[in-house]
Design a binder for this molecule. Structure first.
Ligand code: ADP
Ligand code: MG
Length: 390
């Protein structure tokens, strides 16, 4: 069975109760949410200025809170899996290094990069239905939710792209993760019922309708995360920069397959394969968006599988668990396509399939997978927004 997805009302109520408990019966005045995301296709292309095709999820981070009475800034997180302290007073000097990926660093980063300064003191509680560290971008949803919270406290100009860019900066400078723009972009600008074809060079996005009741986007969490994930991410980024430099381009977005083949002798085998993935994946993503727009699900699914195989064989960021989940899903009639999604080395797969075969697919994958997967049946949801408090 797929895991239930808590409603926004449930999350707001949970956060509000915790707020009352933590802050002596005070009630929150502000509530906001920002979604996690799943990338349908276009993997490891955002930091190469390429195209990506993610959608915002009904899995969200909710922040409730109020301006603080004494000017302090206290944040509480309710995440079951967070191994860091649950309550942090951000007005006190920070202990430890900024590079440690403790959740409070993300909040500090957002405050640091917020565009309408100075940020007044506040009390806030965070709850989230996005699995932490599962490749569905709990980190971007946390950043974008906090930025949206600050916008209620001290309004800025409301520019959503500027918000996404500021949150990306927060992740770079305060969490030490040199991520591309995809996660923060779709969390801030996602549109209900649509995936977003984002051009990561021009930072323009085209919404692609994805609201056909006959098809479903199924997310399968492998529930594994290999420690290679962050170090290999940095290595891949460097390999792409090297490849672009050898091809005489400012990024791989500007390189064609012909450019690559023409310079093959100048590239070592690994760098060649990395560049080949990126250039082909950028093309695949544009084709896939067109296929989706036309309801050509078979073609879309085929492109998803090609993407997975390329990430496995050329970019080498898959792992046996993700490969197993994809192979198992592809054995079921009515499954159009399946692939690893996110950075790789664990996390989730995304599968496009007929609504009628969802239960059978979940059962089949459960039987075939050697670990304990969890499943989410998802629909494209809206980006970050303020919520009514009852
Ligand atoms: P992903 O973004 O794919 O979930 P990351 O490793 O980028 O994985 O981010 C996970 C980290 O984000 C967690 O380890 C934690 O520090 C932080 N985080 C995100 N959301 C929350 C939350 N609701 N509560 C506490 N920490 C969170
Ligand atoms: Mg993240």
């Amino acid at each position: 069975m797929a895991s239930p997805i808590p409603s926004l009302a449930q999350l707001v109520s949970e956060a509000s109760s915790l707020y009352k408990n933590m802050f002596a019966d005070d009630t929150p005045q502000i509530a906001v949410c920002a979604p996690g995301r799943v990338n349908l296709i276009g993997e490891h292309t955002d930091y190469n200025n390429g195209y990506v095709l993610p959608m915002a999820l009904p899995l969200v981070t909710v922040v409730v809170g109020s301006p603080s009475i004494n000017g302090d800034t206290v944040v509480v997180t309710a995440s079951e899996h967070a191994d860091e302290p649950r309550r942090v007073d951000l007005s006190l000097p920070k202990e430890g290094s900024t590079s440690s990926p403790c959740w409070a660093n993300y909040v500090r980063g957002v405050i640091h990069h917020y565009r309408a300064r100075p940020v007044p003191g506040f009390r806030a509680v965070v709850v989230s239905s996005v699995p932490l560290g599962g490749g569905l971008s709990s980190s971007a949803s946390l950043e974008v939710a906090f930025y949206t919270f600050l916008q209620q406290l001290r309004p800025d100009d409301g520019d959503k792209l500027a918000k996404a860019l500021a949150c990306q900066q927060a992740e770079h400078t305060h969490a030490g993760v040199p991520c591309g723009i995809m996660d923060q972009f779709v969390s801030a600008l996602g549109t209900e019922g649509h995936a977003l074809l984002i051009d990561c060079r021009s930072l323009e996005a085209i919404p692609v309708p994805l609201a056909d009741p006959q098809v479903v986007i199924l997310i399968t969490n492998s529930n594994v995360k290999h420690s290679l994930a962050s170090s290999e991410y940095t290595v891949r980024r460097r390999q792409c920069e090297d490849a672009a430099a050898i091809l005489g381009k400012s990024s791989l977005r500007d390189a064609t397959m012909k450019d690559l083949e023409g310079s093959r002798a100048k590239l070592d085998d690994v760098t060649y394969r990395r560049a080949r993935h990126v250039i082909a994946e950028i093309n695949r993503t544009v084709k896939a968006a067109e296929a989706l727009k036309n309801g050509a699900y078979q073609e879309f699914g085929q492109l998803m599988v090609e993407s997975h195989n390329s990430l496995r064989d050329l970019y080498e960021v898959s792992c046996k668990e993700l490969d197993e989940l994809v192979s198992a899903a592809m054995e079921v009639d009515g499954v159009f396509g399946s692939r690893m999604t996110g950075g790789g080395f664990g996390g989730c797969t995304v599968t496009l399939l007929k609504a009628t075969v969802v239960d059978g697919t979940i059962q089949h994958v459960q039987e075939r997978y050697h670990g304990s997967p969890t499943f989410f049946v998802t629909t494209p949801s809206a980006g970050a927004r303020a919520l009514q408090l009852s």
